[in-house]
Design a protein around this ligand. Structure first.
Ligand SMILES: NC(=O)c1ccc[n+]([C@@H]2O[C@H](COP(=O)([O-])OP(=O)(O)OC[C@H]3O[C@@H](n4cnc5c(N)ncnc54)[C@H](OP(=O)(O)O)[C@@H]3O)[C@@H](O)[C@H]2O)c1
Length: 255
């Protein structure tokens, strides 16, 4: 069995790659950091690597071209990052880059691999969204919107496949805070206790192998994902604003 893992150089993607390797899977790993990819290839064995920057659309197609004749059984669409701050003030180019990585790359790879998987009526797609996908996110508006896209796209395509009685499965991972490089890359601190990338990866794979649509790790995150349905949108806006604001405040207190 062979998997393509995007964003495999750190955090959740790295842990998923390690866990698949422990289970005997062959891997194709991608990310921008060639040094880490090479270390992972040497450490895991049975691994091919391809460096790619998913803010460049041609790199996304290049990764697919590299993989398409290699009999991939599982796509882990994990690469992503967040931009923190007020929408009016955030750098537009950085946000467009985020949309390329979090939305466009996920969309392209999902479609191209899905077509291959449908042809042979097997394959697993694991898309990494976030609990942010269930709500809107003041102070991280574009990021939350990008994860809404991934979640809703996954849910819709899951239903199309279910109707066709397809053996291809789609799982969408929706974690809350996870202890990875994500927050430091976004220039903020955690405002809630994170869970480990190891826990999240183990849970995600369990759900993906079971063919479950939703993978929401941890009780608190499950409660958030569920209860937001009943919260008036103004209350939700206020709660999320405060959660996001606390990330920045704690960061600034440390300066
Ligand atoms: N950590 C959290 O609290 C949390 C919560 C919910 C959802 N998530 C989601 O989980 C996924 C993984 O994030 P993480 O928490 O593991 O963060 P991370 O440790 O920062 O890892 C992000 C990964 O994405 C890759 N990546 C970023 N920009 C890229 C680009 N332009 N082209 C190609 N690859 C790129 C990085 O690889 P290179 O740097 O090598 O390019 C890295 O391997 C993301 O989609 C994130 O939105 C995270």
């Amino acid at each position: 069995m062979k998997a393509l893992v995007t964003g495999a150089t750190s955090g959740i993607g790295k842990k998923i790659a390690e866990k698949l390797s422990e289970r005997g899977w062959e891997l194709i790993l991608t990310g921008r950091n060639e040094k880490i990819l090479t270390e992972m290839k040497n450490c895991l064995g049975n691994t091919e690597i391809i460096t790619a920057d998913f803010s460049e659309r041609k790199d996304v197609y290049r990764v697919y071209e590299f993989c398409k004749d290699r009999d991939i059984d599982m796509l882990v669409n994990n690469a992503g990052f967040g931009v923190f701050g007020k929408f009016a003030e955030n750098d537009l180019d950085k946000e467009l880059e985020m949309m390329e990585v979090n939305i466009t790359a996920v969309h392209i790879l999902m479609k191209l691999f899905l077509r291959d998987f449908i042809k042979r009526d097997s394959g697993i797609i694991l898309n990494v969204a976030s609990v942010a996908g269930f709500m809107h996110g003041p102070l991280m508006s574009g990021y939350y919107a990008s994860k809404n896209y991934v979640l809703r796209l996954s849910m819709a395509v899951h239903e199309e496949l279910r109707r066709e009685k397809s053996n291809v499965s789609i799982t969408v991972l929706c974690p809350g805070p996870v202890n990875t490089c994500f927050n430091s890359r976004a220039g903020v601190n955690f405002s809630a206790k994170p869970i480990s990338a190891d826990q999240v990866a183990e849970y995600a794979l369990k759900k993906a192998f079971a063919g479950s649509l939703l993978a929401v790790p941890g009780l608190t995150t499950k409660l958030c994902a569920f209860s937001q349905r009943f919260a008036p949108y103004k209350l939700l806006s206020s709660v999320v604003y405060n959660v996001q604001h606390a990330k920045k405040s704690s960061d600034e207190k440390k300066k």
